[in-house]
Design a protein around this ligand. Structure first.
Ligand SMILES: [Zn+2]
Length: 498
């Protein structure tokens, strides 16, 4: 395995990365809020997590990845809110009602726009479709790896109870439960804030609505009793709903089954307050010296050099791009994937029409190169290239350097420009690159062996704990257009429809 180094927001430096359990990585990614279509800025962050997972797998790790869907409609802290604390589900409902009135067929699946669960379901499904088209592997994992907040309320309540019992949280005179930041001396370490700065209101948003009831201005909401809320659950603190931050702490622990995980990711805007609060809650509840050992954040996305905003008219969803509303013609999802992942994740990405065109040319070149090799192979299988092949090794080394995708792509195109006396070897190297890039159609290898044999080989690899080999087979099958499921009787692959 290569020596991996990642920038850790928690320590503000690049550090060697080793998972707690050798060969197994447990990773949590803050996912989308599901009461609107996800925009390309959101997807820059999600695709960064996908590239990270794919790289770790290529480097030989088994990766347990969880990406949550926030479906409780109370996101007053979401800085992307245009409405400054509006009930977001209300905004979504109005948008859908207006669209339906105008005869827009996009929302036909929602027969009751007053039902927040239907709205959340609709957008969750749309997110999964978008993510699948962009090649995000997590959507083909066990469905429990895309947890919905509304399905984990019991875990959240249990965590809140634990925090109250250990004096990290209190019930205030307004009936709400708050985390007591002064009970956690390291609060502020991730974001570089101090409690004194936060008392003065510096370093980020401190919500005003509840100020009078809190012991410290930075104390944050864990449970809000509100019997009038659209989505509400019974609790020892009255019928209401959980705070946003506690959702992720509870889901990470419940689904990954661990108090301490290897990696937690999000966009840079998640650092404060969201991730700062997650650390305080999780460590407060578990008593462990860490929640996630590595915190990795992707920088924001600009559109033609400007911040994306609805008022500027440069606010694009993935669908806007794919369906041609940005460039005037449909865009191949692989091209959008390439464009959004080609830069270093810690740099801001300037999304431009020119960039999309350049990415389209690069994807075309990769596909033509693969097709030419496939033609020379004439149906013969290619050789799976391991990290022992010099080009694959250099590709992995570039990514091992804090996921340097720009450097890795340099290796890819240098390889394309080289000599290729043996198509079976070259095609194998290309397949290894594509395990991270995710832009090529199926190679010859998957079609060559019978699908059932591949499933058996996958099970055998898994039984032998060779997770890298199992994942490679699974990748091949998925790339060849199969849905791969784990059943009690072993792995089953069925041809995907449409
Ligand atoms: Zn989160």
């Amino acid at each position: 395995m290569p020596d991996i180094r990642f920038y850790n927001t928690l320590t503000h430096r690049v550090e060697p990365f080793e998972p707690i359990e050798p060969g197994r990585v447990f990773m949590y990614n803050c996912g989308p809020t599901v009461y609107d279509f996800a925009h390309i800025g959101n997807f820059k962050t999600f695709l960064f997590a996908d590239v990270l997972r794919r790289f770790l797998e290529l480097a030989g790790h088994d990766v347990q990845q969880v990406l949550n869907l926030t479906d409780v409609g109370h996101m007053t802290e979401d800085h992307l809110a245009d409405g400054g604390g509006e009930e977001k589900m209300d905004v979504a409902r109005q948008r859908i009602l207006d669209a339906k009135k105008a005869g827009d067929a996009h929302f036909d699946a929602i027969d009751d726009p007053t039902d927040p669960y239907q709205i959340a379901d609709f957008y969750a499904q749309a997110f999964i479709e978008d993510a699948r088209r962009l090649g995000m592997k997590v959507v083909d994992d066990d469905p429990s790896h895309l947890p919905r907040a509304t399905a984990h309320i019991e875990h959240m309540k249990a965590m809140v109870q634990k925090l109250i019992a250990s004096d990290h949280a209190y019930v205030a005179d307004d009936g709400a439960v708050y985390f007591r930041v002064e009970s956690f001396p390291e609060y502020g370490r991730l974001s570089g804030n101090t409690l004194d700065q936060l008392r003065g209101g510096a370093g980020g948003r401190v919500d005003d609505q509840h100020q009078a009831h809190k012991r410290h201005p930075a104390d944050f909401l864990l449970w809000k009793p509100d019997p009038t809320h659209l989505m509400k659950w019974d609790s020892p603190w009255g019928a209401g709903y959980p705070g946003w931050h506690i959702e992720c702490s509870a889901m990470a622990r419940a689904v990954l089954g661990r108090d301490v995980i290897d990696i937690h990711t999000g966009g840079e805007d998640n650092i404060f307050p969201h991730h700062e609060c997650e650390i305080a809650q999780s460590r407060g509840a578990t008593g462990q010296p860490a929640f996630a050992r590595f915190w990795m954040h992707s920088r924001h996305l600009l559109v033609e050099g400007e911040k994306m905003s609805k008022s500027k008219g440069n606010f694009y969803t993935v669908r806007d791009v794919l369906e041609g509303r940005v460039t005037g013609r449909p865009v191949d999802p692989a091209v959008l994937r390439y464009e959004m992942t080609k830069a270093k994740y810690r740099s801001s990405l300037n999304f431009t029409k020119q960039g999309l065109e350049d990415s389209a040319a690069n994807v075309r070149r990769l596909r033509e190169f693969a097709a030419a090799l496939d033609e020379r192979l004439a149906g013969a299988p290619y050789e799976t290239a391991g990290p022992d092949h010099p080009a694959a090794a250099r590709f992995i080394d570039a990514l091992a350097d804090d996921l340097n995708m720009a450097g890795a792509l340099g290796v890819v195109f240098e390889f394309l420009n080289g000599k290729h006396p043996d198509p079976a070897v070259s095609r194998g190297v290309l397949a290894a690159f594509d395990r991270v890039l995710g832009v090529l159609p199926a190679g010859a290898a998957a079609e060559d062996a019978s699908i059932e044999e591949r499933c058996k080989a996958l099970d055998a690899a898994r039984a032998a704990k060779d997770y890298a080999a199992a994942d490679a087979i699974r990748d091949e099958l998925i790339a060849a257009g199969y849905d791969v499921k784990t059943t009690p009787a072993g792995t089953v692959a069925s041809k995907r429809l449409a």
